[in-house]
Design a binder for this molecule. Structure first.
Ligand SMILES: [Zn+2]
Length: 588
């Protein structure tokens, strides 16, 4: 018998509530229970306890009948203490679930989705113990199915029933989808893969999706284990929720939860939005690569995850950045996108990184460490102060790849480093994890794979681009590999907007400034985030005519009026005809 059991009931779809029972068969005298403050993969304190609307504790008998209520004290925002007599206890919570993201929990009359970290209390002192997880089918969802990657113990044909996990850490790595699905199934090197899709507007083109996803997943498996074709999981599930305008993913050990928009998917007899579909395949590729890089190969700092507090590592550039590099590269290698598409996507990343000055102020190692308070908590100054460890991290992977190819005369590449990383810090058996990588441990992996002779190149590289804020010398690197990184002039209106240096959004018919970038003429003229732009040269500005008005006055100083906190202000935007360009990679 497991010492810990959970009973999860989707009791109220219209009010969006789950009822969750935690049973501890042999509790301590003062038994603590806790909700995690964050979910691994999303580095922000979220305090999931805020969704608990009621919590009660009871002594129970062997048949799980409630015998008597117990005293339960709050110790902090996420922790409770229950006074027991060492007899079995049941802690019953009612949890609100109305978050559409992949990080949380959602329930309505059409679908349900949750991560156990948002519903299930930890039984302190027992988190390394195996658990039984019973997921109950309530009468109103008789037509629903349940999809999860947990090990099934005793389930009905729709997937409801009892599951088993080895620990709380494993429990929170298996999201659950509830409802009705379109699904596709395929095998990659003998391993079962399943994609379940909710919310699509039409019949998906299963043939196209299966063909592409099979190619991508096989490419990843063969990348890490070219000889054995083994993977660190026995099955893999893509949970896909399709919404009006969503995008995002969260990685797990043998599954991923994805959010996309309707035009991202291929449909039978409908015209495919190629770019959107490539974005979707890139997302699938990214999260799947994480099954190796961050779910199996982990920073030592995450062993174990510190779920009650911020859990810092300066290595997210390696786990997110390198995964971002390989997500698209593997699309190319699996022939699911063309070389032209790949170069276009890579060019876009380069231009994104170069478009803000945050890259000159924060290194990717600092950005990783401070993700909790900076990258994940974006504000109006983020582009000026923060560098993305995703996009600059992916350029670091690209540049390191090109340096290694140059150094070894194309005998080796970053692939060899990633496989060495996998061999040293990864494990095919999730129950027997390898030792995590230390904060300075990547150097040993690189030199182990490429040789000690690469040491001075690596030391310089790490100092300048990982701990420093220098731009990567991509032009030179591309040139030496038969490609050119060319400057393409921006269109007139794009260039004017770059000169102005603002980002804006449409707000009740106004153009609302959301960001003022360093070094732009708007910054020098004193424009602020939150300003509503009313006029340019006395002519009314709307979201529809901003670009054309800027274009008309591109060679002039501009008189602009704005509302700030409902007061009218005038600003003089100085003339600045500096031409802007963007970079494009081309084969030479
Ligand atoms: Zn990621």
């Amino acid at each position: 018998m497991s010492s810990i059991e959970y009973l999860i009931k989707p009791i109220d779809p219209l009010g969006h509530y789950f009822e969750v029972d935690l049973i501890i068969w042999q509790p301590q005298a003062l038994q603590k229970v806790q909700m995690p403050a964050w979910i691994p993969g999303s580095y922000m304190i979220r305090d999931f306890s805020r969704q608990i609307v009621s919590i009660h504790a009871y002594e129970i008998n062997a048949k799980q009948h409630l015998i008597s209520p117990l005293i339960i004290d709050s110790l902090d925002s996420n922790t409770w203490q229950i006074h027991t007599t060492h007899k079995p206890i049941l802690v019953r919570t009612k949890v609100y679930a109305f978050d559409q993201s992949v990080r949380n929990a959602y329930l309505d009359q059409f679908r349900g989705f949750y991560n156990h970290s948002t519903l299930c209390l930890q039984a302190v002192g027992f988190t390394d113990q195996p658990c039984l997880v019973h997921i109950e089918k309530c009468s109103w969802i008789h037509h629903w199915s349940l999809i999860t990657s947990m090990e099934a113990k005793s389930i009905d044909k729709n997937g409801f029933g009892t599951y088993f996990v080895n620990s709380y850490d494993e429990l929170i790595d298996h999201p659950v989808s509830l409802g009705q699905f379109q699904s596709i199934l395929w095998k990659s090197y003998g391993i079962n893969h399943l994609m379940v899709i909710q919310g699509a507007s039409d019949s998906i083109d299963a043939d196209q999706l299966t063909k592409d996803l099979k190619a991508i997943t096989q490419s990843h498996i063969a990348f890490f284990e070219p000889k054995t074709h083994l993977a660190p999981f026995k099955q893999y599930i893509f949970h896909v929720n399709v919404s009006a305008n969503g995008y995002g993913g969260l990685e797990h050990r043998n599954s991923t939860a994805l959010l996309c928009k309707r035009s991202d998917l291929p449909y039978k007899n409908l015209v495919l939005d190629k770019k959107s579909y490539e974005d979707f395949l890139g997302l699938c590729s990214h999260e799947y690569f994480h099954a190796w890089n961050v779910k199996s190969i982990k920073p030592k700092a995450f062993q174990p995850y510190q779920l009650q507090q911020r859990n810092h590592t300066s290595l997210l550039w390696l786990f997110e950045g390198f995964t971002s590099y390989y997500d698209d590269l593997q699309l190319l290698r699996s022939n699911t996108i063309t070389l032209d598409s790949y170069l276009e996507r890579l060019s876009k990343t380069i231009n994104q990184v170069l478009s803000t000055t945050g890259r000159l102020k924060q290194s990717v190692s600092k950005s990783s460490f401070d993700a909790w308070t900076k990258y994940y908590v974006m504000d109006e100054n983020t582009p000026n102060a923060v560098v993305s460890y995703y996009s600059k991290g992916s350029l670091i992977a690209l540049a390191l790849d090109l340096y290694i190819r140059q150094f070894t005369q194309n005998q080796q590449s970053l692939d060899d480093v990633m496989r060495a990383l996998w061999q040293k810090h990864g494990s095919l058996d999730a129950s027997k994890p390898a030792e995590g990588i230390s904060e300075s441990g990547f150097k040993d992996v690189v030199l182990g794979a490429i040789g000690e002779a690469f040491k001075s190149t690596w030391n310089q590289f790490e100092k300048r681009f990982i701990h420093g804020t220098e731009d990567l010398p991509l032009k030179e690197l591309f040139t030496s590999h038969g490609y050119a990184l060319k400057e393409i002039p921006l269109s007139s209106s794009e260039s004017v907007l770059q000169n102005l240096g603002i980002r804006s959004t449409s707000h009740e018919g106004f153009v609302k400034v959301t960001h003022v970038l360093d070094q732009g003429t708007a910054h020098q003229a004193g424009l602020c985030a939150g300003d509503l732009i009313l006029s340019i040269q006395r002519e009314r500005v709307s979201p529809n005519n901003l670009n054309s008005l800027l274009d008309r006055y591109k060679n002039h100083a501009i008189q602009m009026t704005v509302f700030r906190q409902d007061l009218l202000h005038e600003c003089l935007i100085e003339k600045n005809d500096k031409g802007f360009s963007k970079l494009q990679i081309t084969a030479t």
